[in-house]
Design a protein around this ligand. Structure first.
Ligand SMILES: [Fe+2]
Length: 355
């Protein structure tokens, strides 16, 4: 399996044939500008993760379907649900990728589209401001219902379009979405109640224009060449220093001797954000690493995870690998683990000592 793939665009990626792998969050959910961690993580785990799990279940069902004997209403139902789930997965990935700051910095709300995209918006809508007015107006018009506001590139029309979508599977035939704003109630209700317009305005000041610009360049056929934009901040750059949630799940089902050793790393300030952990993991503070590093097993793979798979696990994995351990960081952290439906146990901090 190519572990590099989760960070190249476009998704999806495959663990085993037919399995679409989870994409990690690139935004830092605790440091967004007026969108709460509770809202973003619930959306990612339950709605994006739910669509992903549904898609993989439907795919598995279709793989064994007897097409000549199955009643047409079952075929219609499965193919309809497959389209809805796949489109939901793809649009949610574009949505989450489109939000967030740079590294540890929260979004400022001041950034503008990069030059190429800015010029294209000016060409196709008159100005960036005119595009923004149409896009936000279209999104706000979906308030009280559900759907997506999408900025997409249409090769046939030769322009960027603001595309209205009443549901996940509603799209302009040849359009490639580069920005998608989720207008389903689950995207905002926890923070904004029924105030969908306030959510739209807040989402707009959390946009990550660098990643949206990279998607635009990919859509028009220019090489994106910016895969690092789609790598979680602080995650190890080398593919063999990372492990996907799906791969970890498979390896934990292996014989006890071959299962990886699980290391749960958490900054002291983040302990209050945690409620659970992977079964069998031991939890430590990253700063206490010198105290326990020599106790780690040498003949066994070590999987290190943190909340979202950013620099907490990334830095530790780099250190462990420099010392000769077979360590890998869990892509997307325990949050991605939750999204694929991985089981957990209540948090146990008995091994935790601050550095
Ligand atoms: Fe959603």
């Amino acid at each position: 399996m190519n572990l590099q793939e989760p960070f190249s665009i476009p998704p999806p990626q495959f663990a085993t044939p037919g399995t679409v792998m989870v994409r990690p969050l690139l935004l830092k959910p605790q440091w967004m500008n007026g969108l709460s961690e509770r809202l973003l993580v619930s959306h990612y785990v339950n709605n994006y993760g739910g669509a992903l799990r549904r898609l993989n279940a439907i795919t598995a069902r279709l793989a064994v379907l007897d097409w000549s004997r199955t009643p047409v209403f079952e075929i219609n139902g499965l193919k309809r649900e497959e389209l809805i789930a796949a489109s939901s997965v793809i649009l949610h990935e574009i949505y989450f990728d489109s939000l967030g700051g740079h590294g540890d910095n929260p979004p400022t709300g001041l950034a503008e589209p990069p030059a190429g995209l800015s010029e294209a918006l000016g060409r196709d809508f008159g100005s960036v401001m005119a595009w923004r007015a149409e896009f936000t107006g279209m999104a706000k018009a979906l308030a009280g219902g559900s759907g997506w506001a999408i900025l997409a590139w249409s090769k046939r029309l030769g322009r960027l379009v603001n595309q209205w979508a009443a549901d996940h599977a509603h799209g302009l035939a040849d359009a490639t979405p580069i920005l998608a704003l989720d207008m389903y109630e689950h995207a905002y209700h926890l923070d904004f109640g029924a105030r969908a317009a306030a959510y739209v305005d807040q989402a707009m000041v959390n946009l990550n224009w660098e990643r949206i610009g990279a998607r635009y360049r990919l859509a028009i056929g220019e090489a994106a060449g910016e895969d690092e934009l789609f790598l979680p901040f602080g995650a190890p750059a080398q593919a063999d220093a990372r492990i996907s949630a799906e791969e970890l799940k498979t390896s934990l089902e292996d014989h006890e001797d071959r299962r990886p050793f699980l290391l749960d790393l958490c900054l002291p300030r983040d302990l209050l954000r945690r409620t659970d952990m992977l079964a069998g993991a031991s939890m430590h503070a990253p700063a206490a690493l010198p105290r326990w590093i020599e106790q780690l097993p040498r003949g066994r793979p070590i999987v290190v995870y943190c909340i979202c798979g950013f620099q907490v696990s990334g830095t530790a994995v780099t250190e462990l690998r420099q010392r000769g351990y077979d360590a890998r960081a869990l892509v997307g952290g325990i949050t991605a683990w939750h999204a694929i439906g991985g089981t957990t146990v209540p948090l146990d901090t008995s091994t935790y000592e601050e550095g």
